[in-house]
Design a protein around this ligand. Structure first.
Ligand code: AGP
Length: 606
């Protein structure tokens, strides 16, 4: 998720653009840049302050475009920072989104003599506009002709060096809002940088193009038909806008679960062949065929995602898997060789314990892979190959949308590896088709958030909570417990349900509630036995189960229903109520759910 911002008016655009970028920093902070028509461009790696330090008096004007990058294609370097330009250096552009057909477009333009500087998908758009401008001799028509050739998502702002008052914006799948001021107009990814100037906005719809000058704004569709659109007045404050109107980033990021799955699978799920196309693994495809064992390493939530991956890969790729926490792996004497692959899972890509595990594996000659959300992070750079999550920045310390994306990436990896080995096309296709349906199924769970809030608040005075699950939901019991403990500070414990008789049952009484994850799957009857054991000792139970399961209604105080899905994919659904449960439990206690005490978003120290 990047941030775009553009201005055209009568005031000094440099300071307006830089202030706007500062307010957008929650959208991405790998690199930043601005372009001022007739004056030039400055870019920097890292947060906006690095850009501000490079600004000189010479770069000034009354219009411009600006960008904050959360890298998806190409490392977070200055060369890859936006804005990007064409060969003439007259057309400059900032972009939020993913251009899916950028490789084909880049090949076509290179064959026509265009030369590229960056490894981004975005730069292709600037050269394609240049290509069409030669033919149309009209800037607006050239932009529209370009967008008609593009597949993927974009929110863009485009400026021309010799037409300084005009900014062209367009949207498809990534938000763009136009700010309507007094002899000045704005373009942004969301209203945050606009609100200090005007509260009058127009939200572009997918497939629309806006042409703005200080005095005018016109909106067209991709057939160049003019569209009338009424202005709206924003009544949110800046903080609310950053959270899309949610009270906390944690809730916003839980609600982003469906779109995160769509972003993680975009361009990768090959349903007809029942497999996944993973560009980041292409250079090690043959090596992966000879791998005889996988060791998955992660910390915290990433470790629990790895435990789900173990079940997936063993059942559907037929390969032995072990899962280790980074802080243990690096101090053991792990047996690794050239037939072992280490798969590191990390949202930040900077977790010290996970990073050291990678380095230990490399010393022993193992192939190292990563499932990482932060492009260009240390773990992404030090592993031999990997899969980027494309989940966008995760601001809440408690990992939610990243976990959903990690499970999605593991599902894709399982399809890829399974179809290299024993998995049939029909099995792969069945799983791939179900993955495609998950976003809608998660939306139906999120629609129950008020029900889940009431259940969570009912238990919010509890000092202890036990989470139990089996098989694919054994790791989810641990992840659910971690979510609750890290945002509510109570003792919450995950346990394999089959272990109840071996100790935990002694804790159960009317003051020690249990959350049981019991979807209708191959171990459902075993879960029912555990639930009855707990009920017999007056333990209170909250159950997560599959819709239409009427058998369980007399066994639990509270039931949260999830849609039916394949057992292998059930963790992507069962975790959603647990994320909401933890959020509302902690919110009822009045705690800072986005910044829990004692914790950091990225643990870069041992
Ligand atoms: C999860 O909610 C925690 N914030 C924490 O356990 C986190 O998952 C862990 O520190 C690993 O971080 P990483 O994914 O960035 O490596």
């Amino acid at each position: 998720m990047c941030g775009i911002f553009a201005y055209t008016g009568k005031k000094n655009s440099t300071s307006i653009l830089l202030d706007g970028l500062t307010s957008l920093e929650y959208r991405g902070y790998d690199s930043a840049g601005i372009f001022i028509p007739g004056s030039g461009s400055i870019k920097s790696v890292g947060a906006v302050n690095n850009l501000k330090k490079k600004i000189t008096k010479t770069i000034q004007g009354t219009s411009g475009i600006a960008h904050l990058r959360w890298a998806t294609h190409g490392e977070p370097t200055e060369i890859n920072a936006h804005p990007h330009h064409d060969c003439t250096e007259n057309i400059w552009l900032v972009h939020n989104g993913i251009i899916e057909n950028y490789k084909e477009l880049k090949e076509k333009l290179s064959a026509l003599g265009h030369t590229f500087k960056s490894s981004t998908d975005t730069e292709v758009l600037a050269h394609l506009i240049e290509h069409h401008l030669h033919k149309t001799k009209d800037f607006e028509k050239a932009v529209i002709a370009t967008l008609n050739e593009v597949t993927g998502t974009y929110g863009i702002a485009v400026a021309h060096n010799t037409d300084p008052d005009k900014i062209i914006a367009a949207r498809n799948g990534a938000p763009v809002v136009i700010g309507i001021g007094n002899n000045e107009n704005f373009v942004a990814s969301d209203p945050t940088p606009i609100l200090r100037h005007t509260k009058n906005v127009i939200y572009l719809h997918d497939g629309e193009v806006a042409v703005i000058t200080p005095e005018s704004h016109h909106i067209y569709n991709l057939n160049s038909i003019l569209i009338e659109r009424q202005k709206e007045t924003i009544d949110w404050d800046v903080e609310q806008v950053k959270k899309d109107g949610y009270e906390h980033f944690m809730l916003k990021e839980i609600m982003q679960g469906p779109e995160v799955i769509e972003n993680t699978i975009r361009g990768r799920l090959i349903i007809e062949e029942g497999t996944a196309k993973l560009g980041g693994l292409e250079m090690v495809t043959d090596k992966l065929r000879s791998i005889k064992r996988i060791v998955i390493v992660g910390c915290g939530t990433a470790y629990y995602a790895g435990l789900v991956g173990e079940y997936m890969l063993e059942e559907y790729a037929g390969i032995p898997v072990e899962v280790e926490v980074g802080s243990e792996f690096r101090y053991r004497k792990p047996i690794m060789d050239e037939h072992t692959a280490l798969l590191a899972i990390s949202q930040s890509g900077e977790t010290a314990d996970t990073l050291e595990a990678i380095r230990e594996a490399k010393r022993k000659g193992a192939l190292t892979l990563g499932i990482v959300n932060t492009v260009g992070s240390t773990i992404a750079r030090e592993t031999d190959a990997g899969i980027y999550n494309h989940a966008g920045p995760e601001i809440g310390v408690a990992s939610t949308k990243a976990f959903i994306s990690q499970l999605t990436a593991l599902s894709l990896f399982t399809l890829f590896l399974g179809r290299q080995r024993t998995m049939s096309q029909s099995t792969g296709k069945q799983i791939a088709e179900e993955i495609k349906l998950l976003p809608e199924k998660i939306k139906s769970i999120l629609a129950q958030k008020e029900t889940i809030r009431k259940i969570a608040e009912k238990y919010s005075n509890s000092r202890d909570f036990l989470f139990i699950g089996r098989k694919y939901n054994y790791p989810i019991a641990f992840e659910g417990a971690l979510k609750l403990k890290e945002v509510s500070y109570i003792h919450a414990e995950g346990y394999g349900a089959g272990e109840m008789k071996h100790g935990p049952l002694a804790m159960i009484d009317e003051n020690f509630p249990t959350l049981a994850i019991a979807p209708l799957d191959s171990v459902y009857e075993k879960m029912i036995s555990n639930i009855q054991e707990i009920k017999a000792r007056k333990g209170k139970i909250v159950v997560i189960t599959t819709e239409k399961n009427t058998q369980i209604k007399d066994m639990a105080e509270d039931i949260i229903y999830i849609p039916e899905t394949l057992e292998v994919l059930s963790p992507l659904l069962t975790i959603v109520p647990l994320q909401l449960f933890a959020y509302y439990f902690a919110r009822k206690k009045g705690l800072d759910v986005d910044r829990p005490r004692n914790l950091a978003k990225s643990v870069t120290v041992e």
